[in-house]
Design a protein around this ligand. Structure first.
Ligand SMILES: Nc1nc2c(ncn2[C@@H]2O[C@H](COP(=O)(O)OP(=O)(O)OP(=O)(O)O)[C@@H](O)[C@H]2O)c(=O)[nH]1
Ligand SMILES: [Mg+2]
Length: 914
């Protein structure tokens, strides 16, 4: 009996102690660190100790819970012992369960916890010393128990056990969501923030094999190109190998440097890299990144090697990304039969499944998925547009930027590779096939030899992704991958030992792909037509055509006014060349080419000497929305004003050719009217004119200004370009970069690159400040094939003088007019009459008679101005320009006439040369 009393007293004591620990637990989870820090400043007793405890708050809360549970369990055991002894086992246990549940709930659960929260600071301050003392003894045990608890609990446990404040806060957040205070998305984000501390950097890193890097001895231009095409604004720079990260190069730094700095080496443009252990918790990584303002860190594994990299976006995506993932509906079908013998498969499709599709056994121990196979063949991270041949199959990577803007492949187009002996198409088309394979490596890549990333180097003409020519005719498969993997001209940078290790066996039932592929063949025909048109244009430019008949997209005929003027002896066909040393265009003798004494109609034929030195030449057209700076850019590249510019829409109304002459190349730039939604017949004709130009040039430069977001208009233009000229190289040009910050330029480069796809280079320029013009010219020259000059050295344009004169007058008249008037204005040169003094030195003066057409009487008044003041101003400005053009004094006679609705009237449009 005395034992029973002792046991009951001990049980009550333990209940009391359990209650005390429950109060401490509640107090610890309530106190705020900030308040404790204040107490430290006020030198409150125990504040420093409490602060130390709070730094390991989760552990000490766990300790308090452990103590409480121990006390409660012990007291229950003692009471059970006493009661089973005195009233029997059955009733004794029953009474213990009921009694102790009530006592524990009240004396440990409710009472002390309430007190703990009410007097949190007093209790926490006074209990800190006790906790520290117990902690020394029991911390390892607590940790062990938490580990055990996590191990037997399904799912992922909490690092500090479920007792931390964080858990209560999580509950509060769940409750807040249930009562509608926070939204579902907000709750997820808050919960994700808690998870940050439990997630290591390596769990979210971009693993080393997926890292895009650049060698330190590559140029800044190559780095910029790689950045834009891969969608990464920061790229690690490596020394000897990817473990030797020597820095990080920033796209915005490259953009800001621009110009001549583009030829500098990456090592001179990079910043220091940040290294962190790959086990670092994400909350600490985020805090470090915020403190150091560094958005990218290299992760080092326990052996000192580079495990991968992590960016601030990766960390933030841990907070917001999951929400997006949950609603992710872009599931890619594993296999899509394209019904022409080819398949579109998910990049994650197992290689065995791919083999099944084509009746092949693909033995490959090194990779599991089709995406992996691409990477293995390329020897680097595949990007959309990459092509490889493997196991007798041609694989073309498709994809685009993911939510983080990184280029990722999602699907792969697969078809059998043509076998040469069974090809039924003409030779020319077989060569096409090889050219396709040659362009396989067009996308940027780490470890690339740099050719494709060098703006100044000749880049292979990329193919639009998805326009793979279909194999023509029936194509039996056989032999090994190595036999069919390397067609003549294809780049081969793979490991031959790897090739030998992999074998392809043809299954007996396999062997043929569809013999008919109408879609792609139509594509081929269209391309052939485009090639013919291009060749035709070149031939006409080179040989006996009058320049007038080949300009304006090879189709515009000489208008009546021009013809009249030419008959008078000052006709179109006079061109302008730089006077050596002074940089001005000068007029040549009528009837002669300006480059020398060759007669009109015999443009310059280049010498054999030029050809031997790999002289390059070709046509480039600039397209874009109105006002994107196409004409200003053309003028800046040519170095002379050949196209008028203004901030009014539809400034350019015909295609204008400007010629860039270099020692190693000649570029013929074709400035086009801005593409827009047409409201008049004129608008339609201008759009048609631009579309005609697409298929006649070697490179299409899509211009987007840096200060306007890439929008539906740009997307429409790009889709038109892709449709009309699927094989033509497309280059992105971000114009007007002087108007925005380097950050904005970098963002615009990315946006345009995303729009054009990874096979297109994107170059930022400012025609006004001249920044990056050299780089753009280098890139354009690099995209040209070797070929002779089309025009004599020194020529700047083949625009007829009358056209230029009319344009200068229209430009002057556009100044200061608004609304509909710019559209309604047209200028026609009626007569150009030289006043010949007969002294043999040419005319002393030229009379120029021009008519300014408007559509309504009210507009006529605006153009003339009060007592003719505006018209006089227009005359003064235009006269100066024309005199500079002709190199002689002129008398300018301007008349204003109304041609009602001429923009909608086919007859009047024809008369005005449209
Ligand atoms: N600041 C700045 N302004 C530019 C630059 N390039 C063009 N602009 C201005 O942008 C406006 C439009 O320039 P244009 O060259 O006429 O544009 P466009 O694309 O040829 O226009 P359309 O012929 O109407 O299609 C003009 O006011 C130019 O001065 C540039 O590099 N920097
Ligand atoms: Mg223009």
């Amino acid at each position: 009996m005395p034992d029973d009393v002792l046991f009951v007293v001990a049980a009550l004591l333990l209940i009391g102690i359990g209650g005390l620990f429950a109060a401490i637990d509640a107090a610890l989870t309530t106190v705020s660190m900030a308040r404790v820090e204040d107490m430290m400043k006020e030198r409150r007793a125990g504040a420093v100790r409490l602060a130390t405890v709070l730094q390991g708050r989760g552990t000490y809360v766990g300790l308090a819970v452990l103590m409480r549970v121990t006390c409660e369990t012990a007291s229950v055991a003692l009471i059970a012992l006493v009661l089973t002894d005195s009233i029997g086992v059955g009733w004794g246990l029953f009474a213990t369960i009921i009694g102790m549940a009530v006592v524990s709930y009240i004396a440990v659960g409710v009472g002390p916890r309430t007190l703990g929260r009410q007097h949190a600071y007093t209790i926490a301050l006074s209990s800190a010393i006790v906790l520290q003392a117990i902690g020394i003894l029991l911390k390892p045990l607590t940790r062990l128990l938490i580990l055990l608890g996590n191990a037997v609990t399904p799912g992922k446990g909490f690092r500090n056990g479920p007792f931390a404040t964080e858990v209560e806060l999580r509950e509060v957040v769940d409750l807040a969501e249930a009562s509608g205070v926070v939204a579902e998305g907000e709750r997820r984000m808050i919960q994700s923030v808690f998870d940050l501390g439990d997630t290591n950097a390596k769990e979210v890193m971009v693993p080393r094999p997926e890292m895009i890097w650049i060698e330190e001895d590559k140029t800044a231009a190559q780095a910029m190109n790689l950045a834009v095409r891969s969608g990464h604004s920061r790229i690690p720079v490596i020394g000897e190998n990817p473990d030797d990260i020597v820095g990080v190069v920033y796209l915005k730094d490259l953009v800001a440097a621009g110009g001549p700095a583009m030829s500098a080496l990456v090592r001179d443009a990079m910043r220091e890299a940040e290294f962190i252990p790959d086990s670092k918790p994400l909350d600490k990584v985020l805090a470090d990144m915020q403190r150091t303002r560094n958005h990218m860190a290299m992760l080092v594994d326990e052996y000192g090697g580079i495990a991968g990299l992590v960016t601030i976006e990766d960390v933030l995506e841990e907070i917001v990304g999951e929400i997006t993932d949950e609603y992710d509906t872009d599931e890619v079908a594993p296999v899509e039969d394209l019904e022409d013998g080819s398949y579109r498969v998910s990049a994650r499709l197992p290689v065995e499944d791919l083999g099944e599709l084509f009746g092949l056994d693909i033995d490959d121990d090194e990779v599991e998925t089709v995406g992996g196979l691409l990477g293995l063949e390329l020897g680097r991270v595949p990007l959309p547009g990459a092509r490889v041949e493997s196991n007798g199959l041609l694989l073309v990577a498709e994809g685009g930027p993911n939510r983080r803007g990184r280029q990722r492949i999602t699907t792969v187009l697969v078809r059998r590779v043509d076998e040469p002996e069974s090809t039924v198409e003409a030779d020319g088309d077989r060569r096409d096939g090889h050219a396709d394979v040659e362009s396989a490596d067009t996308p940027p890549s780490p470890g690339d030899d740099g050719d494709t990333d060098t703006p100044s180097a000749p880049s292979p003409k990329p193919d639009a992704v998805g326009n793979t020519p279909c194999p023509a005719g029936a194509v039996p498969i056989g032999g090994t991958a190595t036999e069919s993997a390397t067609p003549p001209g294809a780049r081969t940078d793979r490991d031959p030992t790897r090739e030998r290790a992999r074998t392809v066996r043809r299954r007996p039932e396999a062997g043929r792909v569809g013999a008919r592929c109408p879609g792609p063949r139509r594509d081929q025909q269209r391309r052939r037509r485009a090639r013919r048109r291009r060749a035709d244009l070149r031939r006409r430019a080179r040989h006996d055509q009058h320049p007038d008949t080949v300009r304006a997209s090879g189709g515009r005929r000489e208008c009546a006014v021009e013809r009249r003027a030419r008959i008078r002896g000052r006709g179109p066909g006079q061109r302008h060349r730089r006077r050596p040393g002074d940089g001005h265009a000068v007029r040549d003798q009528p009837g002669r080419l300006c480059g020398g004494d060759r007669p009109v109609g015999h443009p310059h034929r280049s010498s054999g000497l030029r050809l031997m030195a790999e002289f390059r030449s070709g046509f480039v057209c600039f397209v874009g929305r109105p006002n994107t700076g196409k004409s200003t850019l053309t003028n800046a590249l040519v170095g002379e004003k050949i196209a008028i510019t203004s901030n009014r829409p539809q400034t350019t109304r015909h295609t204008i050719r400007g010629i860039v002459n270099r020692d190693d190349a000649q570029l013929i730039l074709v400035d086009t009217p801005g593409l827009h939604r047409p409201r008049t017949l004129l608008g339609q004709r201008l759009n048609d004119l631009v579309r005609d130009t697409y298929s006649e040039v070697d490179v299409i430069g899509v211009c987007v200004p840096a200060d306007e977001a890439v929008g539906p208009g740009d997307r429409w233009i790009v889709s038109q370009v892709r449709q009309m000229a699927p094989r033509t190289t497309v280059l992105g040009v971000v114009t007007k970069i002087d108007r925005v910050t380097p950050d904005r330029v970098a963002a615009q480069l990315m946006a345009l690159s995303q729009l054009l796809g990874p096979t297109s280079e994107v170059v930022p320029v400012s025609a006004k400040s001249g920044k990056q013009l050299d780089v753009l010219t280098d890139v354009l020259v690099g995209l040209m094939d070797p070929g002779p000059a089309f025009y004599p050295d020194g020529e700047l344009t083949d625009e007829p003088e009358e056209t230029l004169m009319a344009e200068f007058i229209r430009e002057a008249a556009l100044e200061g007019v608004r609304d509909e008037l710019p559209h309604s204005l047209a200028v026609v040169i009626e007569e150009v009459i030289p006043r010949d003094d007969g002294d043999g030195d040419g005319p002393s003066m030229v009379d120029v008679h021009a008519i300014l057409y408007v559509e309504r009487d009210s507009q006529k008044g605006i153009i003339i101005g009060h007592k003719g003041s505006r018209l006089k101003e227009v005359g003064t400005v235009a006269r100066a320009q024309i005199e500079k053009l002709l190199g002689t004094k002129i008398y300018l006679d301007l008349h204003v006439k109304v041609a009602k609705d001429w923009q909608r009237d086919p007859k009047q449009l024809r008369r005005m040369g449209f």
